[in-house]
Design a protein around this ligand. Structure first.
Ligand SMILES: [Zn+2]
Length: 200
């Protein structure tokens, strides 16, 4: 049988959100009964649940589910991890890339788990600064590594579409623990994430 992934939404939550988004459409001067908008409240209700699914996920459990004993003590870097989140001040998207490194101390995790940890924290209402630290702490607490580094570069639609309307600004946040608090290690990581080695 071919691969088939089904989506599941909580019925009560979907109904409640749908009802509220109908009211929202009314309040902004729209007609929720016109053809193009008939199914919109339900679509947003589902999209919102998808985009906030991180609340019901546990980053530490994900990392622990693929934890392997391995005598590696070299820096492991996963860079250019796409991320899509929503700012908690305006509920507008911010999106960009996360670059993550850690230096194992006996334990490594699956590389895809690192990317999933980013999603767990991105798929909820966030501020970029807090998300950066949360990702670092999840890795630090589960793998007990010698060091962890997280850098996030993102563009915020709340700055681009409204407010100061700065279309080209990018916000960079970083969090460093252990070995990465020392200049040479941090510098090596920053060099690795800014190089184009893998791009032809
Ligand atoms: Zn905002």
């Amino acid at each position: 049988m071919a691969y088939n992934k089904t989506e599941q939404y909580d019925e009560q939550t979907t109904l409640g959100l749908t009802d509220h988004y109908k009211k929202v459409l009314n309040l902004i001067g729209e007609d929720p009964e016109r053809e193009g908008l008939l199914k919109t409240p339900e679509r947003i209700a589902k999209a919102m649940q998808y985009m906030t699914q991180g609340y019901s996920q546990d980053a530490r459990a994900i990392l622990n589910s693929a934890k392997f004993h391995e005598p590696v003590s070299e820096m492991i870097v996963v860079k250019d991890i796409e991320l899509y989140s929503m700012c908690e001040h305006h509920m507008l998207p911010f999106f960009g890339k996360a670059h993550i490194a850690y230096i194992p101390n006996g334990w490594i995790t699956g590389l895809s788990k690192i990317a999933r940890v980013v999603d767990v924290y991105a798929r909820r209402l966030q501020v970029q600064e807090r998300m950066t630290v949360e990702i670092m702490n999840a890795i630090k607490d589960t793998l007990n590594p010698l060091g962890v580094a997280v850098v996030i570069e993102a563009q915020h639609l709340c700055m681009m579409m409204r407010g100061v309307q700065k279309q080209n600004s990018e916000t960079t946040t970083s969090a460093f623990f252990g070995e990465f608090e020392k200049y040479p290690t941090r510098n090596e990581f920053l060099k690795l994430i800014s190089s184009n080695l893998s791009r032809k």
